[in-house]
Design a protein around this ligand. Structure first.
Ligand code: DC
Length: 222
């Protein structure tokens, strides 16, 4: 049978890089659910639609298709209307729109089966905000990965600067705090540690230590 690891936590805690590596070592599939919300955010921007609960967003959901696939390297690729949008969904504008659009209950419902289906057909480490609480409440392992807002903003700054983006640390810290607030104060599936989860704080851990810690938590439970 398949094993599910629910990995939740705030933006920039290192979930994706840590989970990618852990998934490789355990031979699980890494599923980045934030990319799905980002894809819908991107579609809204492209269509000039405000990320608020409205008939326009419902119409958008009716007319788009979102698919999750994997390339030859085992990396996740999200398709919007059949087209790979991976290169367009990591900008600060899409981050903020994704945070807003993910508060809409119909958007969350739209993505629910897609996420659950992945765990029915693979052993997964699924990274998100509500995986342990809503998407996979029966996951064998539930981890809440966090770090201080400043540590997370520093990491995000480094990541974007390395990609050649022109970014400012204070702006990123403000974005991190705004997204934390949005993600944890929304009515629909707010970000919060799942019952019985293991909380891992990476503020004082480097990447290798974080990976080691996550793998040891997973191995302990399965
Ligand atoms: O993990 P990320 O930063 O790529 O996620 C983008 C946005 O999507 C984030 O602001 C919160 C939202 N999100 C969510 O509401 N539920 C998830 N399971 C994953 C992401």
């Amino acid at each position: 049978m398949y094993t599910a690891v629910a990995l939740d936590g705030p933006a920039g805690a290192g979930k994706s890089t840590i989970a990618k590596r852990a998934a490789k070592e355990l031979d699980f599939i890494y599923v980045d659910t934030g990319a799905l919300y980002r894809t819908i955010g991107y579609a809204a921007i492209k269509n000039g639609i405000e990320p608020v609960d409205s008939p326009e967003v419902d119409e958008l959901l009716d007319k788009i298709t979102v698919d999750l696939t994997f390339n030859d390297n085992g990396e996740q690729v999200v398709l919007l209307n059949g087209e790979d949008v991976s290169a367009f969904i990591r900008t600060p504008e899409v981050s903020m729109t994704a945070s807003k659009i993910s508060a809409i209950p119909n958007v969350r419902a739209y993505l629910l089966d897609l996420q659950r289906d992945m765990a029915k057909t693979h052993s997964v480490i699924m990274d998100g905000r509500d995986i342990g609480t809503v998407v996979l409440p029966d996951a064998e392992v539930k981890i809440f990965l966090t770090a201080s807002p400043e540590a997370r903003a520093r990491r995000r700054y480094k990541e974007l600067a390395e990609k050649g983006m022109n970014v400012n640390y204070e702006d990123i810290l403000k974005d991190v705090k705004t997204r934390d607030y949005n993600d944890s104060h929304r009515a629909a599936a707010p970000l919060k540690p799942a019952e019985g989860c293991t909380v891992v704080d990476t503020t004082e851990l480097d990447f290798e230590q974080s990976v080691e810690k996550i793998i040891s938590v997973i191995k302990e439970k399965i």
